[in-house]
Every structure is written in structure tokens, then in C-alpha cells.
Design a protein around this ligand. Structure first.
Ligand code: IDP
Ligand code: MG
Length: 143
């Protein structure tokens, strides 16, 4: 997910390009203003923490871009590309390292496990929004 700060800062194109250039396949993509109830569910694991209310308020404050990304090792690779949660600790070359300063404005979200990905995809997408297709460069990305 490209969070509202990424959208407001005009980073959508650049960030989508990183995913495409990596060789990962975008199989769903949409912009949405996340409803509060859905945001609370999305971040349910953080309920009760001191930053939870601010986090829910922030993620619902403007449009975000939601993607489903497919590929070998996609979950771990997207997390690596996103970088450390605190952008000031994220290494240059990562999205948060290149585009952020503070934890509460860290530009992107990535599912942290297969289990989270399954849960989050079901929360944000209808099955009909997720597409099955081949990219013509697949033989040049996978051996
Ligand atoms: P992640 O996004 O790298 O998986 P999590 O620990 O799951 O990081 O936290 C979810 C989100 O909550 C973070 O991306 C960040 O936006 C916000 N967050 C986490 N810890 C803090 C904090 O200490 N202060 C403010 N926001 C935080
Ligand atoms: Mg997380």
C-alpha cells in the first residue's frame, strides 16, 4: 500500500515503477479512501498501542493506493524494498530510506507474512478485482 503521504507527495508513479522494475507482477491496483472501520481491522494487531489512534486517523486522512503483488518471494522482497519501519533507520535505496524521515509518515505498507497478506488482501479486495495474467518478460525474470 502507498499510504496517504505517498499519494499526497506525488510518489505513486515512482513507487509503482519500483515494483514493476523489480520484476514483481501487479495483479490488482486501486486508489481508495480507506473507511475507518477497515483501517482499524487492517491495523488490529496494533490496537491499544499509543500510536494506534493516530495511525488509523492518518491512514484514513486521504486516498491511498492498494496493490496486490505476485512473484517468487514477493512478500519478503516488498518488505526489503520498503525498508525499516523508522525511515531514519531505513537504508538508502529502500523506499523509506529514500523518501521518509519519521515513522508516522513512512510512505508505504507491506504485508509481513503470507498469513497477513491473505488477511489483508481479503480485507481490501473483492476476488474479481484480482487478475490472473502473464507478463511477457517472465522468461527473462525467472530461469
Ligand atoms: P511496518 O509498517 O514496518 O510493518 P509496524 O510495526 O507493523 O511497521 O507498524 C505499523 C505502522 O504503524 C508503521 O508503518 C507506522 O506507520 C506506524 N508506527 C509503528 N510504530 C510507530 C511509532 O512508534 N510511532 C508512530 N507510528 C508508528
Ligand atoms: Mg506491520
Amino acid at each position: 500500500m502507498i499510504k496517504p503521504d505517498g499519494v499526497q507527495r506525488g510518489l505513486v508513479g515512482k513507487l509503482v515503477q519500483r515494483i514493476e522494475e523489480k520484476g514483481l507482477k501487479i495483479i490488482a491496483l486501486k486508489m481508495s479512501l480507506m473507511p475507518t472501520e477497515r483501517a482499524k481491522k487492517h491495523y488490529a494487531e496494533h490496537a491499544g498501542k499509543k500510536f494506534y489512534n493516530d495511525l488509523v486517523e492518518f491512514i484514513t486522512c486521504g486516498p491511498s493506493v492498494l496493490l496486490v503483488v505476485e512473484g517468487k518471494g514477493a512478500i519478503a522482497d516488498i518488505r526489503k524494498m520498503n525498508g525499516a519501519t523508522n525511515p531514519s533507520e531505513a537504508v538508502p535505496g529502500t523506499i523509506r530510506g529514500d523518501f521518509g524521515i519519521e515513522t508516522g509518515r513512512n510512505v508505504v505498507h507491506g504485508s509481513d507474512s503470507l498469513e497477513s497478506a491473505v488477511r489483508e488482501i481479503a480485507l481490501h479486495f473483492q476476488p474479481s478485482e484480482i487478475l490472473d495474467y502473464k507478463r511477457i518478460d517472465e522468461p527473462w525474470i525467472y530461469e
